[in-house]
Design a protein around this ligand. Structure first.
Ligand SMILES: [Mn+2]
Length: 269
């Protein structure tokens, strides 16, 4: 699901190493146009928004979509998102067809550790700059990065044609064992069965792992089940959760060469 296609009007366009579109949503949202057809349609419908932009930048949205990997694929699945609120300022880029590179600065050491694992094991490229109200605690920053990641995933997936849609992984981390299962269904649902004691892992309170994944699946509009079969050490459990979610997502977003069109009998996801 693309938030802009879901009916939020585009209110302005600006140049910033490529085109950014500002959309009127429930929050202040600025996006990179990821779908060239949709971008052309927006330009045709709102020519006045693009009058002041350099001709070449407005015509080449793809230039801005791939800051981390070369533009070699036909249909790029890479998106950048910016989100500003009174609590956090976040800039996030994701490339679904990356190599697992991560460029992170969230100000929360353990969270950066988890996001690095997420990139590595999902093979997505992830660049995140977050400035949050860490003087309060890490909660807003973790949750808002989750919201941005979910939005970016949904937008990068586009209409989801030709992908596997489902993914699952059971991952051990020493004494801990965690299963994550994903359905990129277009419906947000997070079923969480992993009890985490309120223990500080650096400045990251362990139960924030649930807040993060709830935010990702909810704003990414996908179905996520997380189940911890056994585990004692919070660091290990959370790490197994991130690795399992990474592996499950990797599978779900991957191309299925035998699937033509959208993998749903409804025809739409
Ligand atoms: Mn670790």
């Amino acid at each position: 699901m693309d938030s802009t296609k879901a009916g939020f009007p585009v209110v302005s366009a600006e140049e910033g190493n490529g085109v950014w579109l500002h959309v009127e949503a429930e929050e202040d949202t600025t996006i990179r146009p990821s779908d060239p057809d949709w971008f052309q349609q927006i330009k045709a419908e709102n020519p006045e928004l693009f009058e002041d932009l350099p001709e070449n930048s407005a015509n080449r949205p793809e230039r801005s979509q791939a800051p981390m990997t070369p533009a070699s694929e036909k249909k790029r699945r890479a998106v950048a998102i910016e989100r500003d609120t009174a609590e956090t300022k976040i800039r996030l880029e994701v490339n679904l067809d990356g190599t697992g590179q991560a460029k992170l600065s969230t100000g929360i050491g353990f969270f950066d550790h988890m996001l690095t694992l997420l990139a590595k094991h999902s093979l997505m490229d992830l660049a995140i700059e977050a400035q949050g109200d860490l003087h309060v605690d890490a909660h807003h920053t973790v949750e808002d990065v989750g919201i941005c990641l979910g939005k970016a995933l949904a937008q990068a997936l586009g209409d989801k044609s030709g992908i596997r849609r489902f993914g699952s992984a059971t991952i051990p981390m020493d004494e801990s064992l965690v299963t994550a299962a994903v359905d990129l269904s277009g419906r947000p649902f997070c079923a969480w069965r992993a009890d985490l004691p309120a223990e500080m892992l650096g400045t990251f309170n362990a139960p924030l792992a649930e807040e993060f994944w709830r935010a990702v699946s909810s704003s990414g509009a996908f179905n996520l089940h997380v189940l911890c079969h056994q585990g004692k050490n919070s660091h290990h459990i959370v790490e197994a959760v991130f690795k399992a979610c990474a592996r499950a997502l990797r599978q779900a977003v991957e191309a299925d060469p035998r699937m033509s069109g959208v993998p749903s009998t409804k025809g739409v996801l």
